[in-house]
Design a protein around this ligand. Structure first.
Ligand code: UDP
Length: 240
């Protein structure tokens, strides 16, 4: 494998990526393979932090759509994210990889709360950092949390693992004429409403010169390959 092209990245893992073939929840085999890929990529020398989502367990909007309170639903969603972060932490620790979970939603009995100082300390120790609990605020998504933490972490890029190998003009699983893009700019995502991340996350990444790299979570070892400029991905460049 050649040298990585990124010094520091934020890897956004959706809750769905931990679900495997199940309809809901956490598949331990999937957690294992996701962590294997991250450990392999980190060994190349790139500093990696993770933001994990919670959609495999709970999404606040699903409760709100049935007439319940959105804020309580979002608190439940952020707790789901903390659960996923603990599953990932366990897997890293099993392998002896140093890891720190920092949560935007305070749950001090189970993990450290996010502070910039705590993040810098963990980063300087060389730990894999898992940012949990989203932004800690309702009405946001874990994509926006990824853009926020990427800026705070000083990431060159947000890596987003998805069901397919890049950004397409339409869902390639539903539309056989969908076009796959090699390279885009942030404004293309906003203007063409390409639904890869929500608009607030894209705008935050754009304003902080953070690239987006979209690739498939289903290819083993793809994270390391894409880090080295190989594999298949779409790169959204902040500076062209
Ligand atoms: N959430 C929130 N604030 C945040 C991040 C997430 O309230 O900053 C809640 C929201 O209810 C969301 C749920 O947590 O639906 C799970 O996050 P998300 O849907 O973004 O997870 P993913 O799609 O990445 O699995």
């Amino acid at each position: 494998m050649s040298k990585p092209q990124f010094t520091r990245i934020l890897y956004k893992i959706s809750g769905e990526a931990l679900m495997g073939q199940q309809a809901f929840g956490i598949d331990p085999n999937k957690v294992e393979s996701v962590v294997t890929d991250i450990v392999e990529a980190a060994a190349l020398g790139t500093s990696i932090a993770l933001v994990v989502g919670g959609g495999n367990i709970f999404r606040g909007v699903s409760l709100a759509s049935k007439g319940a309170d959105r804020v309580t639903g979002d608190h439940m969603g952020m707790m789901a994210i903390v659960m996923n972060a603990l599953a990932l932490r366990m897997e890293f620790e099993k392998r002896g990889t140093k890891v720190t979970v920092l949560s935007g939603l305070e749950v001090p009995q189970v993990c450290e709360s996010f502070t910039q100082r705590g993040m810098v300390e963990a980063r300087d120790r060389g730990d894999i950092i898992i940012f949990a609990g989203g932004t800690g605020n309702p009405y946001f998504t874990s994509d926006t949390a990824a853009a926020l933490r990427a800026a705070e972490f000083g990431a060159d890029a947000i890596f987003k693992g998805t069901q397919v190998d890049g950004i397409y003009s339409a869902d390639p699983k539903k539309d056989k004429d969908a076009i796959r893009y090699e390279q885009l700019e942030h404004r293309d995502l906003l203007e063409q409403q390409l639904e890869i991340m929500d608009a607030s996350a894209v705008a935050l990444a754009r304003d902080n010169d953070i690239d987006l790299v979209v690739f498939s979570i289903h290819e083993t070892g793809e994270l390391a390959r894409v880090l080295c400029g190989q594999g298949r991905s779409t790169r959204v460049r902040a500076k062209v």
